[in-house]
Every structure is written in structure tokens, then in C-alpha cells.
Design a protein around this ligand. Structure first.
Ligand code: SAH
Length: 217
């Protein structure tokens, strides 16, 4: 048996199910994506550890539980079109790609965007498109999106993302004025002008840098 399959089964049992994550579609997606492909060769033995890992350029691949939790909160359907901001390694985009029809993801660091493209192709994630640029303004030309996942922390929830949701659409985003710890928010678009926002508690993400994010690195 593929040793990574055993590692993924253990990750699902001990990191996800033990923390109360039960969504069968999300658990299946986490089981299907080979996380080790998205991790540097020098960190292979830690690929399935219960923590984020460095991917270079002062950025990280998120902890498995955080990716699974955010995917669960997005309440994805097979027909959904999803936008992700902060591609990083491409891992979260790969998990999302198993849960919806298509994923568009934006990364501001060109080297990471290029590497993520290669890894996503290697992992057979053909319904993911990687763009390079400032994702704080979203992607108006491809909107609306049924779900938007922001994988980096904003000082506050950018208006552009709310505007680019379809009616009934969900946005999951870490936000807050502290650079070290933030709250995870889920915003639902009820109509063109009505939104509901839930605060789901403390998280720690790398900063979202750009026009509607933090202005400096
Ligand atoms: N989802 C990633 C997590 C990467 S960490 C994974 O699974 O590996 C967050 C990423 O957001 C970093 O790669 C960082 O460069 C990127 N980022 C920060 N600000 C951004 C912006 N304005 N637009 C696009 N990407 C941004």
C-alpha cells in the first residue's frame, strides 16, 4: 500500500475527525489530495504533520485541519464556481477542486504561482486556473462566484469580495487588525445589499498584501 495513503488516513482520523469534522465530501477530498506533492522535498517526512509548513518566500502551506475546516464552512456543491485568494503551494486549491466545478486561484508571488501550476498539473487538478497578481480586488471579470476562500489575513473584509459573490454565496476569510492573530469570518450574501457575518474564532494566517489588504510586507 502507498505509505502516503496510510499517512492520509491517520491525518483524517487524528486531525480532522477527532476535532469533530464530519462532512463526508470534505473528508473524501482530503483523502484524495496527495499533500506531500505540495510540500518541499526537504520536508517530505512532515507533509502530513498537524501544522503549517514553510513553502519559501516567508509563506506557508496551511495546516490540514484549517484547510478542511474552511472547505467545510464554504458548504460547496459540485456545481459551484470558486475563487481562492492566496494560492501558495496550491494545496487548498487542490482540495477545493474535488468539491466543486471549477477553481480560480490568485497568487501575488510569481515563483509560487508557477510552482503551484506545475504541482496542480502533477496532481491531475485540471479544473484549477492559477493567476498571478494582487488578489485583494478579487476577479471581477469572472464573477460572480458561489464561494470565495481567502487563504491570507486581511485587516478587514474587502468589499470587492462581497460584491463578487452570487446571491446565496459564501465567503470565508481570516481578518483583523492584528498581524499575528485574526478571526475567521463567514459572510453570506443574502441579496445584493444584505449580508450576514459569523465570527468563527481565532486563527493565525500570513498577511494578505495589496490594495485592499496590508500595504507593506
Ligand atoms: N492556500 C495556500 C496557503 C498559502 S499562504 C496553500 O494551501 O498552500 C497565503 C498565500 O497568500 C501566500 O502564498 C501569499 O503570497 C499569498 N498572498 C498574500 N497576499 C496576496 C494577494 N494580495 N493576492 C494573492 N495572493 C496573496
Amino acid at each position: 500500500m502507498d505509505p502516503h495513503e496510510t499517512e492520509r488516513d491517520t491525518m483524517i482520523r487524528e486531525q480532522l475527525e477527532r476535532r469533530g469534522l464530519e462532512n463526508p465530501r470534505v473528508l473524501a477530498a482530503m483523502r484524495a489530495v496527495p499533500r506531500h506533492l505540495f510540500v518541499k522535498s526537504s520536508l517530505q517526512e512532515h507533509a502530513y504533520d498537524d501544522r503549517p509548513l514553510t513553502i519559501g518566500f516567508y509563506q506557508t502551506i496551511s495546516q490540514p485541519y484549517v484547510v478542511a475546516l474552511m472547505c467545510d464552512l464554504l458548504e460547496l456543491k459540485e456545481t459551484d464556481e470558486v475563487l481562492e485568494i492566496g494560492t501558495g503551494s496550491g494545496y487548498a486549491a487542490a482540495v477545493l477542486s474535488k468539491l466543486c466545478a471549477s477553481v480560480v486561484t490568485i497568487e501575488r508571488i510569481p515563483e509560487l504561482a508557477e510552482k503551484a501550476r506545475e504541482t496542480l498539473a502533477q496532481a491531475d487538478c485540471s479544473n484549477v486556473t492559477v493567476h498571478c497578481g494582487d488578489g485583494t480586488l478579487g476577479l471581477p471579470k469572472d464573477s460572480p462566484f458561489d464561494a470565495i476562500l481567502v487563504s491570507a489575513a486581511a485587516p478587514s473584509v474587502p468589499e470587492s469580495y462581497k460584491q463578487q459573490l452570487s446571491i446565496g454565496g459564501r465567503l470565508v476569510i481570516p481578518a483583523g487588525q492584528s498581524r499575528s492573530v485574526q478571526s475567521l469570518y463567514r459572510v453570506r450574501k443574502k441579496s445584493d445589499t444584505e449580508f450576514s457575518t459569523e465570527d468563527l474564532g481565532g486563527v493565525a494566517f500570513v498577511p494578505l498584501i495589496g490594495e485592499e489588504g496590508w500595504r507593506d510586507v
